[in-house]
Design a binder for this molecule. Structure first.
Ligand code: HEC
Length: 400
């Protein structure tokens, strides 16, 4: 497809993905809040006799709401029952479409990093796809195993395996792609929980009740366990989805550990809110989360790597030649790098004035974060980086 149409379609899918994600995560936050905020009805009251296990009062948008949760189920079900599933499915479908459009179809540039592992584009895509499918099966098996009866231990094991997955992916894929695939794995688990466990369980409960039978309480418990997991996944997964704006995280030499720290902070902060809804203010959790984030900020702060001394004079012509050789293939109006068809990141470097205008950004990308050339696909040498660094430090001028 023509690149412009592809980009435009990508923008629409991204928009949809954000909207569906807000609807899904918003309802996850709402229902966990609701569940944690319920108070049992007075013993002997009408509601208690009806089988209501908890209720609350809320005011919103100029109206008063009085949701009630039944301990297992009401005596009879109304015809009209609201389900919450399309938010999850739409989020997963649009997210996977975006993953394919942005990463898989351009895997050579977006997923393979020769400094990480010498993969072909097809191998990188296979690793990405296998990680998503494999993590669902591993997670689902764990939940169904005897470990699934011990919520705290299960949570701990899932968390450790998530870090192991992150580490494994960073051994094969470039940092950005590794991060986004960890996010896709978590997103797949979350959507799988809705599609394979929560909704089928609820359907069985409804079918049993419509047939006048008592629903199996295990279906309710299982759905609850998965929905609590989904709730704890939200903050880490949201971080991952915006992380590709933050090279300090995914391009760090220990990017997997950076993600583990930020993910842990997210879980701790989420836990604080979940306890708070139950009326327990436990500030140690967000404080520990904040401490992890402060540590991460310090740890990932750019430290410019030592460069070899520059031989000879640093002239603009030398800089121009290096940029022409190492950068222009992706940063010109008509890029020549395989698979690349538009100037990347909107940055042009093919004329002297473009090089001058982008001198500071180039310094940031080439010397400080070292993200450019992307995956060092054009094999820039340390000596060449030293020339660029010396030229920018001397004021980035055309004449020496
Ligand atoms: C293999 C392709 C490729 C090569 C070679 C390459 N780049 Fe890039 N560049 C990219 C991509 C992709 C982006 C967009 C990254 C993003 O959106 O975060 C980018 C973005 C940038 C940006 C903007 C980053 C920002 O967020 O401000 C700068 C500056 C840049 N490149 C400079 C360079 C320089 C200088 C070189 C040569 C030393 C170079 N690039 C070589 C692919 C490449």
């Amino acid at each position: 497809m023509d690149t412009y149409w592809m980009e435009f379609a990508g923008m629409l899918v991204r928009w949809l993905h954000v909207i569906a994600g807000i609807a899904w995560i918003g309802s996850s936050f709402y229902f966990i809040w609701l569940d944690n905020s319920l108070d049992p009805p007075a013993p002997g009251s009408d509601n208690a006799k009806k089988g209501v296990g908890g209720e609350l009062w809320a005011v919103h948008g100029g109206g008063f709401y009085n949701p009630q949760k039944y301990a297992v189920a009401p005596a009879s079900l109304p015809e009209k029952l609201h389900w919450f599933k399309w938010e999850a499915y739409t989020t997963w479908l649009s997210g996977t479409a975006l993953l394919v459009m942005v990463y898989w179809l351009r895997a050579g540039a977006m997923m393979v990093d020769p400094n990480v592992a010498p993969l072909t584009a097809v191998q990188a895509v296979l690793i990405g796809a296998a990680s998503m499918i494999g993590s669902w099966f591993a997670y689902d098996l764990l939940c169904r195993s005897p470990l699934g009866r011990h919520n705290a231990w299960l949570g701990f094991v899932v968390f450790v395996l998530g870090i192991a997955l992150t580490w494994g992916l960073t051994l094969w894929l470039g940092g950005r792609a590794a991060y986004i695939h960890v996010g896709s794995c978590i997103g797949t688990i979350m959507a799988g929980n809705v599609f394979f466990v929560i909704i089928p369980g609820q359907k069985r409960m409804v079918t049993a009740m419509r047939a006048g039978k008592l629903p199996d309480p295990r279906d309710g418990q299982r759905a609850k366990q998965r929905s609590v997991h989904n709730n704890y996944f939200t903050l880490p997964v949201l971080f991952i989805m915006v992380s590709n704006h933050s090279a300090a995280t995914y391009a760090h030499p220990h990017n997997w550990a950076v993600l583990a720290l930020i993910g842990t902070a997210g879980v701790l902060i989420r836990h604080f809110f979940n306890l708070r809804h139950k009326g327990k203010l436990r500030w140690e959790y967000p404080l520990a989360g904040a401490a992890l984030l402060v540590f991460t900020a310090w740890w990932t702060a750019p430290r410019v790597q030592a460069l070899p001394p520059v031989q000879g004079e640093v002239t603009f012509n030398r800089v121009r030649e290096i940029v022409g050789q190492r950068c222009v293939s992706c940063h010109s109006p008509a890029p020549t790098f395989p698979g690349i068809t538009v100037p990347q990141g909107g940055v042009l470097l093919h004329t002297p004035s473009d090089i001058l205008q982008n001198a500071q950004r180039t310094y940031q990308q080439v010397i400080v974060t070292r993200i450019m050339p992307l995956g060092n696909a054009t094999l820039m040498t340390e000596e060449e980086r030293a020339v660029i660094a010396a030229w920018v430090k001397a004021g980035a001028k055309v004449e020496p």
